[in-house]
Design a protein around this ligand. Structure first.
Ligand SMILES: Cc1cc2nc3c(=O)[nH]c(=O)nc-3n(C[C@H](O)[C@H](O)[C@H](O)COP(=O)(O)OP(=O)(O)OC[C@H]3O[C@@H](n4cnc5c(N)ncnc54)[C@H](O)[C@@H]3O)c2cc1C
Length: 360
């Protein structure tokens, strides 16, 4: 069976990348971490996602994408072009798609959103509600996060991105490009067309926290997404987060199946930052207040994670916090315990002294 025959829409891009065989293992690993099943037939690698398929012909230097609908096709083109951009950065090969929707300039993953409500959950966590149209794709693809595009004092009226011929976002004007930061969709109501985002109000010069402090109903921002790797379903989870990972952790506790077991540790500034989480699971929640230790310098969160014995059976480790803590936990899970990428996800959500981590 040809890889395009299962789905209606298809397109392909020739890759001027003779070194493709050098990168293909890493590309394959990356695509599989987005929940793709991989298989190989001769020189062709096929990837099957829930929403469509992709393939690389390593001999003929062609990559192909197919999907049942426009959103799925756009998602696969974005995953493939991003993988090439990440791993063949130095060769920077031109990617030009031909086939269905090749001339499209509307960026499927972009929406303009309007603030409808602003409220404080705790002294340092502000929840902002946004309304927008056609938000269905933000509940798809297993990604929980968005790239938020903010107007700033320097660029008060940004120009939003369009779709480039390579399948990636293109910016109409560098002078009017908005600044991006990554946030979690804390809650999503497709019928009402709204999303909630929880902003940590942290110290220092900033874009996202600063914008959230000034936010009022009617203000507009852009969002792109969803971004992020899907979390694998397991019957036991070990979770850890500081305030930046708290929105994602809380969303998981509210949506994972009731029979799920495990332990979750959340680092907060002090007891005033505790939130009510409607924990639908059997995962035990532990709050770790820093009580005066500055964010990013308290090692207790990482130590708490390292102290928990890994069970046998279906388990997943999820961790999101400052970069140093994430490195400690990743090295323990991947290095010391030898766990795989499909069993763990330890991510840096911010780094001391660095602005806009992971915002692209
Ligand atoms: C996948 C993902 C999901 C995320 N989800 C959320 C979310 O839902 N809510 C949320 O609030 N954050 C979230 N973050 C973290 C957020 O993107 C970063 O904290 C980001 O730096 C905030 O942007 P900013 O413009 O406020 O600060 P920046 O301009 O990026 O940074 C300015 C200064 O503030 C410091 N800083 C940044 N974050 C913190 C912090 N937490 N504590 C102390 N100092 C800090 C930086 O080191 C820098 O010195 C997420 C990050 C990722 C990767």
């Amino acid at each position: 069976m040809s890889e395009a025959s299962a789905s209606g829409l298809a397109c392909e891009a020739r890759l001027n990348l003779p070194n493709l065989p050098l990168y293909i293992d890493r590309i394959s690993d990356r695509l599989q971490s987005f929940d793709a099943d991989a298989s190989q037939e001769g020189q062709r690698l096929d990837f099957r996602f829930a929403f469509g398929g992709a393939s690389f012909d390593v001999d003929r230097l062609v990559m192909r994408a197919n999907a049942a609908d426009r959103d799925g096709l756009a998602r696969i083109k974005d995953l493939l072009a991003t993988a090439i951009e990440v791993y063949a950065k130095e060769e920077n090969p031109e990617i030009v798609w031909t086939g269905d929707f090749a001339g499209e300039t509307r960026l499927a993953q972009f929406r303009e959103m309007v603030v409808t409500q602003v409220g404080d959950l705790t002294p340092h966590m502000r929840r902002i509600r946004f309304a927008g149209e056609d938000l269905g794709r933000f509940a798809k693809f297993g990604g929980m996060h968005i790239r938020m595009l903010f107007p700033t004092r320097e660029v008060p009226e940004p120009l939003w991105p369009v779709l480039g011929g390579n399948g990636l976002p293109a910016w109409p004007s560098n002078d009017r490009r908005p600044l991006a930061r990554v946030y979690t969709i804390r809650a999503l109501d497709l019928e009402k067309g709204i999303i909630d985002v929880d902003f940590l109000i942290h110290p220092g010069d900033s874009v996202g926290a600063h914008w959230a402090m000034q936010a009022t109903a009617g203000m507009k921002i852009g969002i792109m997404g969803p971004v992020g790797r899907p979390v694998r379903l397991a019957s036991w989870y070990l979770m850890g987060a500081d305030e930046t990972g708290l929105p994602a952790l809380a969303r998981m506790l509210e949506t994972l199946p009731a029979e799920t077991k495990g332990a979750a540790y959340i680092e907060i500034a002090d007891d005033g930052e505790r939130q009510v989480i409607d924990n639908a699971t059997g995962i035990e929640l532990h709050w770790l207040p820093r009580n005066g230790v500055p964010a990013g310098l308290d090692e207790r969160l990482a130590r708490a994670i390292l102290s928990v014995a890994w069970p046998t059976g279906s388990a997943f480790g999820w961790f999101a916090a400052e970069a140093a803590a994430a490195t400690t936990v990743r090295e323990h899970w991947r290095g010391t315990l030898g766990l795989g990428r499909d069993e763990t996800l330890a991510a840096a959500y911010w780094r001391q002294g660095a602005a806009g981590l992971m915002a692209g």
